[in-house]
Design a binder for this molecule. Structure first.
Ligand SMILES: [Zn+2]
Length: 441
């Protein structure tokens, strides 16, 4: 597709139409209440959340897309000044409420921008999405895949959300005399909270703005802002720390639960390196990734054992549970195997730890691979990959935050990691102006 036509999750000047995959803040940087560049396409749920996220936003700019429906856009090709048609379809990304992928078709070929997504192999909803995508493609193939590469590293292995949700329920049920606090973001993890509420027959406390969001999502009667009616509280992730838990335990016995794919990966990294190693519980052999895998072939990752992996107790007051709204490495691989794109571009590209998805998956792509960045890279050793993972996180803070956070710090004190401080900025911004050259540089 020519430059100057379509942007996805990118809000600068220069495009004729804009698409928003979901309303997490790392996808809306540059979008504001006063933004008015052009029509903005998004899902119905995202549109519903717009006024609270961007008060005063001109809602007449929004164009709601339903999933599974082709929308035809008449745009001007800047090079020829002629009218061209671009077709777009939204597909449920199974990430957070309202999150969708976008499939584009036109003279340029076929592009898929996943935004953030999680398609678990055991999920019926994911299967529905796969069928929708394959039906839309028919006999066509994806030329350019813009991929959620958040966990595009074999160290990121975690179970389905269904399994992880049961782990959270088990922790809560086995601590009947404790107050429970769970760290969440301003959107996402609703299914986890609903599952806790349903199984344990309890309401869940959320902060007032979050209650408003729950109501906008149609979730009534489950969440409350009254602390007296429940011992389970979902709190903003940024307020969640060991310090907070220690303070709360001076008053009442309290444990914290952090649902994220991130601490899970930290544990893997810590197996081989200080400082994490000292306090991570040992891992059974069957849970380990087979690190003798050849580059480009990870079929021998021991996923079945990972599926029954238990949570981690990082601190006497803190549990980390591998509940993530992003695809783990094996799911990314499965996704690429399904689509066999010509080229792949990771949408998380601002991190210094970025690894070109071609590094792991070039053998699954149909096309000739980009000739510069990837091929000039030294093939990382396993140790180097560990270092790359390490650089993704910051161990200098007492905040215990997870994968979807940006510019935040991790300092799981229980990991005794002060001497291992590594600073990073992660996911400064996402999104692309769709450019003809995007996948060819
Ligand atoms: Zn997201």
């Amino acid at each position: 597709m020519e430059a100057g036509m379509v942007s996805v999750d990118r809000w600068t000047h220069g495009s004729q139409v804009y698409f928003l995959t979901h309303i997490h803040s790392d996808h809306t940087k540059g979008l504001s209440s006063t933004w008015k560049l052009a029509p903005l396409y998004c899902s119905r749920i995202t549109a519903k959340l717009f006024p609270s996220k961007f008060p005063g936003f001109n809602l007449s700019l929004l164009r709601i897309v339903e999933t599974g429906v082709w929308y035809s856009l008449s745009l001007i090709a800047p090079s020829s000044n002629s009218l061209v048609t671009v077709k777009a379809m939204a597909i449920d990304a199974q990430h957070c409420p309202g999150a969708v992928m976008y499939l584009f078709q036109g003279e340029f070929g076929c592009m898929l921008y996943t935004g953030d997504f999680r398609w678990e192999r055991t999920s019926k909803k994911a299967q529905f999405g796969k069928n929708m995508l394959l039906n839309a493609l028919r006999d066509k193939k994806i030329d350019n895949l813009y991929l959620d590469n958040t966990y595009c590293n074999p160290s990121f292995m975690f179970p389905s959300r269904e399994v992880a949700a049961q782990q959270v329920v088990d922790i809560i049920a086995s601590n009947p005399d404790h107050d429970i606090i769970i760290g969440i973001d301003s959107l996402g993890k609703e299914e986890l909270l609903l599952n806790i509420s349903r199984v344990l027959k309890t309401k869940i406390w959320v902060w007032p703005e979050r209650l408003q969001t729950m109501h906008l999502l149609g979730l009534h009667g489950i969440f409350t802002t009254k602390t007296s009616v429940t011992r389970v509280r979902a709190v903003p992730r940024y307020s969640f720390s060991i310090d907070t838990l220690e303070g709360l335990n001076l008053v009442r016995p309290t444990i914290g639960i952090m649902p994220s794919g991130l601490p899970w990966a930290l544990k893997w990294v810590g197996e081989n390196r200080d400082p994490l190693q000292s306090s991570s519980r040992s891992v059974s052999r069957g849970d380990r990734i087979n690190r003798s895998s050849n580059i480009g072939s990870y079929s021998n990752i021991e996923m079945p054992n990972m599926m029954v992996k238990s949570f981690e107790r990082y601190h006497k007051y803190m549990y980390a549970v591998p509940y993530s709204d992003h695809a783990c490495f094996a799911e990314i691989q499965e996704f690429i195997e399904l689509l066999q794109p010509d080229t792949i571009k990771g949408i998380v590209s601002s991190s210094p730890s970025y690894v070109d998805p071609h590094y792991y998956f070039s053998h699954l792509c149909r096309g000739i691979q980009p000739s510069c960045k990837y091929q000039k890279l030294e093939r990382p050793t396993e140790r180097k990959k560990d270092e790359e993972l390490h650089t993704k996180y910051n161990f200098g803070s007492k905040k215990f935050v997870g994968a979807a956070s940006e510019h935040r710090r991790i300092r799981p004190r229980a990991l005794h990691s002060r001497e291992g401080c590594v600073s990073i900025l992660r996911r400064e911004r996402r999104g692309v102006k769709i450019l003809e050259t995007d996948c060819k540089d």
